[in-house]
Design a protein around this ligand. Sequence first.
Ligand code: ATP
Length: 314
Amino acid sequence: AAELVTLGETMALLAAPRVGLLRHMHSLHLSVAGAESNLAIGVARLGRRAAWLSRVGDDEFGRLVTATIRAEGVAVYAAVDGTAPTGLMVKERRTDTATRVQYYRAGSAASRLSPSDVDESVVRAARVLHVTGITPALSGTAREAVLAAVEVARAAGVAVSLDLNYRAALWDAATAGATLRELVTRADLVFATGPEARLVVSGGDETVLAAELAKLGPRQVLVKRGSRGVVGLLDGTGYDLPAKPVRAVDPVGAGDAFASAYLTEWIGGAAPDACLHAATVAGAFAVTVPGDWEGLPSRAELNLLGADSDDDVQ
Ligand code: ATP
């Protein structure tokens, strides 16, 4: 059985191969993109069993999505919906560092996720259920599916992990804040950036935000700050870890990489500083390659960036 289960939408990704306007690209690179499958792939690469629950369209993009995720060693439970297409995401590189993203996912097969897609036995058998703030933004039934999965997990004593993952293109801050707050109160582990945390609680710096989130219930709160590292409040103890200095090519995917390594180590019973260290290394790996998940490290590779360790755990 899978040790980590997650649910969400994975889209076909059409990415511009170089900088410029899309209309001048002539061809686009075809791949897949989805925060939850990124996380599941990260966990699988680090050696833990992961499962991904979703819906895809009965189309080539859907078959690409499921084949890609399966090929990474993740167990796929995805209903094929003959009446709605697989979602699409288009990535334009407008400058060397500025990426623009466009979604074609309204009405997609995965937006039709509903509680009946949640395989309760898969959730119950896991150690961790990981959900994000993206899935509940897809539709009312997708939101119900997330809440249903969370309830199944809690009733079975399965830890609930939540990445706030706010997507402004999908819902407004007030609606998101209310739903995310509801999820934070039910979560054991919470991953957020500072701005995401402020949708739910108020506070100035990341340390205050972590403390405020922890007051809502989660035992472990991680507030990520990109190239400035991460602040953690883990079972009552505060941590502050700098990022690994690397040359960033594409910041997208760092958060998923970070959470995947953190959860992998956490499942393995590692101490908080070991979880944070692995997460920081994985986050650094993710920003060094253009894709969202292609740069996710294997267990052996964690040592590549880990050996020169001058980490400070406070
Ligand atoms: P995403 O862009 O995927 O949504 P995020 O905003 O959720 O990411 P970040 O804070 O950007 O999350 O990154 C998560 C972690 O990854 C950071 O705490 C840090 O450890 C690492 N990281 C992010 N950016 C860099 C960077 N430029 N250099 C090194 N490490 C980084």
